[in-house]
Design a protein around this ligand. Structure first.
Ligand code: GLU
Length: 497
């Protein structure tokens, strides 16, 4: 629970470096859940102070990722808000003003060390040796006024400890002697993350900073900067990160896909989940389950259910191996959970992406037969794409597809010959009526149901895998189904002549 009488505002503050990585989204999601739980706001802020790494079009990609996942944003560069601009490169004056203020107040100092000097310090295996920390203020101001290149560094305490409260980890303490006088403002006038995010989080009234645990080592520096400004600090939650599926190392970012332990390619970018046919609900559910749990062993839950329970205190501080194997299962659960028309709506673009002109009425008949069978939306292509091919162009499947286990061309032909008049005689072509007729037929001939149903399935779909045979035939209709059975019979006859 929030402990202060202060509106809850959390933010996601990515650097615009291209497609969204699932690790960043996971951090964002926890901030989002927390804001939604408390009726607060969730803000998108673009941290583009490292201009070299900025990639054009990133903001659009970020917004598209959030839209797809269904995580709504209250303020951000794409929609504005009361505390903008929400892009750091548009706020440079502010950072420069505050950096100078820190210098004037004695909390920070200008450092004129040249790149060569810094390289030497690095070579010697030491960090920055604080050589300008006690440089006289008037001479420092003069050199700056003459235009000499410099950075602004924060004066960290040299001894003692710094401690702070992390919402997930409780109290954390750091030995000040281990800390550096970090750069706040670079020589090109751009701030570093350390300065920029604090100026912004204050100006944007952020109540809770939810960010990756990689920032924990900088936490004492940030606490001192907050203190120097005299601003009311937000609360901090350093979120565990995702590790590679084998538990070793942080989930790879640069390589977009890599092999998990089974050698399967694993999605890590939001658009990869989308193109692999995952439902956004399943992805959100999957991410919410990593490092947090619903509390009653429930693994499948809606975002609304998660919101009603979520708290930062309950996040497990340990980093987690990426449990990608769970995602396929969750996705199939979600595919069963959405209603059939909704499923049809989601399958349509998948079918269209490979060029089918989708008849929506037909798709609404097909979708219910797939609901318990799809692991991924993309499976529709393999299982049921044939429905959307031109029916009049349907070509007889090869004998090899129609012939079932332990059968041959002539015994399969016998089956189809025997089945055809029985199906033709059915006035009611429901799956149940077909099934009753075909089971009776199989029994009368001493055949396995599988041999009869499988031959028919292959005959009408042209495939070994499809929705249930009799559902398929009902959707195709009696006339079309029988036409296809006859085509298959002709194909088998050809192999025998
Ligand atoms: N731009 C920082 C990052 O991407 C933001 C960290 C934070 O949320 O404060 O790591």
């Amino acid at each position: 629970m929030p402990t202060r009488d202060r509106p809850i505002r959390t933010r996601y503050a990515p650097s615009p470096t291209g497609p969204q990585h699932i690790g960043g989204i996971r951090s964002a999601l926890f901030g989002w859940l927390f804001a939604r739980r408390h009726g607060g706001q969730f803000i998108l802020r673009i941290e583009d102070t490292d201009q070299k790494r900025s990639v054009r079009g990133s903001v659009e990609q970020i917004v598209a990722s959030f839209d797809w996942l269904g995580l709504d944003i209250d303020e951000g560069p794409h929609i504005g808000g009361d505390y903008g601009p929400y892009v750091q490169s548009q706020r440079l004056d502010m950072y420069q003003g505050w950096a100078n203020w820190l210098v004037e107040q004695g909390y920070a100092y200008r450092c004129f060390a040249t790149p060569e000097e810094l390289a030497e310090m690095r070579k010697a295996g030491r960090g920055y040796d604080r050589r300008y920390r006690d440089f006289p203020a008037d001479r420092s101001a003069e050199r700056a006024a003459r235009g000499e290149a410099h950075v602004i560094r924060f004066k960290m305490p040299l001894a003692g400890t710094t401690s702070g409260i992390d919402s997930i980890r409780g109290e954390v303490a750091f030995d000040n002697a281990q800390l550096q006088d970090a750069v706040l403002l670079k020589s090109d006038g751009f701030p570093t993350y350390h300065l920029a995010h604090i100026v912004d989080d204050h100006a944007m009234r952020i109540s809770h900073i939810t960010r990756a645990v990689e920032w924990l080592p900088s936490f004492p520096l940030h606490l001192h900067i907050w203190h120097a400004f005299g601003w009311e600090k937000p609360q901090f939650a350093h979120l565990p990160v995702l590790l590679n599926p084998n538990g070793k190392g942080k989930l790879s970012k640069r390589k977009q896909q890599f092999a998990d332990s089974q050698g399967k390619s694993v999605p890590v970018l939001v658009h990869e989940f989308q193109s692999a046919g995952y439902l956004p609900e399943a992805v959100v559910n999957f991410l919410t389950n990593i490092g947090w749990n619903f509390g009653d062993d429930r693994e499948v839950f809606t975002r609304e259910e998660a919101i009603s329970r979520f708290d930062l205190q309950d996040v497990n501080p340990a980093n987690s191996a990426y449990p990608i194997a769970k995602l396929d299962w969750l996705n199939s659960q979600w595919i069963q959970r959405v209603d059939a028309n909704d499923l049809a709506r989601r399958l349509k673009p998948v079918l269209e992406s490979v060029g089918y002109a989708v008849d929506e009425a037909l798709l609404r008949k097909v979708a219910p037969t797939l609901q318990v069978r799809l692991k991924s939306l993309n499976d529709v292509l393999r299982m049921a794409g044939f429905f959307f091919e031109s029916w009049s162009d349907f070509a007889a499947p090869s004998a090899e597809i129609v012939i079932q286990r332990k059968m041959d061309a002539s015994s399969t032909l016998d089956i189809l010959r025997g089945a055809l008049p029985l199906l033709e005689a059915l006035d009611n072509f429901s799956p149940e009526a077909q099934q009753a007729a075909m089971s009776a037929f199989a029994a009368s001939r001493g055949l396995r149901n599988g041999a009869v149903f499988g031959s028919l399935r292959a005959a009408v779909s042209g495939q070994k895998v499809s929705p249930p045979t009799f559902d398929t035939m009902q959707i195709l209709g009696k006339a079309e189904s029988l036409r296809r059975v006859k085509l298959a019979m002709a194909a088998l006859e050809n192999t025998l002549s």
